[in-house]
Write a protein that binds this ligand. Structure first.
Ligand code: SAH
Length: 395
């Protein structure tokens, strides 16, 4: 097996057991590792510390599979990790209520670069690292044996693949192809999901717990759901007695699907005002019209794709938060999120605080939110925490 020998400056990394080894931390490579192939990892003093997958084109040159020098990276290894991840979900996912959730959360489940989401009888995978791709056949076989899905679909149609020297891919890997829309349950609600063409793997399952929380705040309130996608937050708000809802979304097909989701859950469509447009513009229009709401949700797409976009993204977050704060009635509630991994919880709170100051309103934070528990974060891998949210009140 090929080996990488780390520089002595990588010692602290080894102690922290962070799963990424950057190219600059590698002193020497012995052998001729293939793209995604397994390499042994040695310290500068030549002591074996574990193994990982080699990615010659990526700045993240090695992703650690194991910090146990004895552990073999074979089919049993992947079976063990996948079973462990599944056992964890069983602790908090009630299948009778929710059958759309993340089964494997990459680095945080000890399987760097591998995402597996369950949508009812289908599994949807993303192979985001050379190592995950290299072991694809084995992984598919194990997933098929353990979960016996109708089909396993690949949604590796993402940009990060190119950094790993891989082409984007989207295809059926095993079993039957899913229908264009499949029905899933989430906290007892029904949703139609387009796993072939929808965003991410089809649905924002990371917001499941936060969508549930909105049920506690929506009764009798006028709601504005910004960046509404297929109506996730709107379904919960309507079902828990929201007076009416306006939702803003730039994708007309997502709005169409949200209407189907309202129907599927027997919710009254006459309570919904769909606005197919740009949130930045519509919030300004509402401000000029002096239109107000009791509850506003801001769940924008990732504004910062990389570290050099942090400033621009911060301005975007501040803009929409400031506008939303101005539209809230006295006693109103704001659910505000950022899913940019490059914006820390601390920075996000600062941005929202800056918006509060400029709004001239008295705003209190009553809760901090994060991604749902099926998106666990390994404490050795803080990068895994990407979704941040705040619930704020105006009074
Ligand atoms: N809250 C949703 C997920 C939102 S994802 C849920 O719970 O499912 C972000 C959404 O914002 C996407 O659907 C995207 O199409 C939409 N979007 C992106 N930029 C936008 C803009 N400037 N104005 C309106 N919608 C936008």
């Amino acid at each position: 097996m090929s080996s990488v020998i780390l520089k002595s400056s990588a010692d602290s990394f080894i102690k922290r057991k962070h799963p990424w080894i950057f190219s600059g931390a590698i002193g020497k490579i012995e052998g001729n590792p293939s793209n995604g192939g397994t390499v042994q990892i040695f310290t500068s003093h030549k002591s074996l510390i574990g193994s990982g997958s080699y990615s010659p084109t990526s700045q993240i040159r090695v992703r650690v599979w194991s910090f146990d020098p004895e552990e073999k990276i074979d089919k049993d290894f992947f079976s063990r990790k996948i079973s462990l991840a599944s056992e964890l979900r069983k602790q908090f996912i009630d299948e009778s209520q929710s059958n759309a959730y993340r089964l494997i959360n990459a680095e945080s489940d000890g399987l760097p670069g591998l995402i597996v989401d369950r949508y009812s009888d289908f599994l949807v995978c993303q192979f985001l690292s050379a190592g995950a791709e290299f072991n694809k056949e084995t992984i598919i076989e194990i997933l098929n044996d353990i979960f016996k899905p109708f089909g396993i679909f690949e949604r590796s149609d993402v940009e990060v693949r190119t950094k790993e020297g891989l082409q984007p891919n989207q295809s059926i890997l095993k079993g039957i192809a899913p229908d264009n829309l499949i029905e899933v349950r989430e906290n007892g609600f029904k949703f139609l999901v387009d796993i072939k063409n929808g965003h991410k793997t089809g649905f924002y399952i990371d917001q499941r717990d936060n969508r549930k929380l909105i049920s506690e705040f929506a009764k009798g309130r006028t709601v504005l759901n910004c960046f509404s996608y297929t109506g996730g937050f709107s379904v919960y708000a309507l079902a828990s007695g929201a007076e009416k809802i306006a939702q803003i979304e730039s994708s007309s097909s997502a709005i169409d699907l949200s209407n189907k989701n309202f129907e599927l859950n027997n919710l009254n469509p006459s309570l919904v005002e769909n606005i197919n447009g740009d949130v930045f513009e519509i919030l300004r229009k509402f401000r000029d019209e002096r239109r107000t709401f009791d509850l506003i949700v801001l769940d924008p797409p990732k504004f910062a794709e990389s570290a050099d976009q942090i400033q621009k993204a911060s301005r975007g977050y501040k803009d929409i938060n400031l506008l939303a704060m101005k539209l809230l009635n006295q006693g109103g509630v704001l659910f505000t999120f950022s899913c940019s991994g490059h914006i820390s919880q601390e920075l996000f709170q600062k941005i929202v605080a800056g918006a509060a100051l400029d709004s001239g309103r008295v705003i209190k934070m009553i809760k901090q939110l994060t991604q749902s528990s099926d998106h666990p974060v390994s404490l050795n891998f803080p990068e895994g925490l990407y979704l941040k949210g705040l619930v704020c009140t105006v009074n």
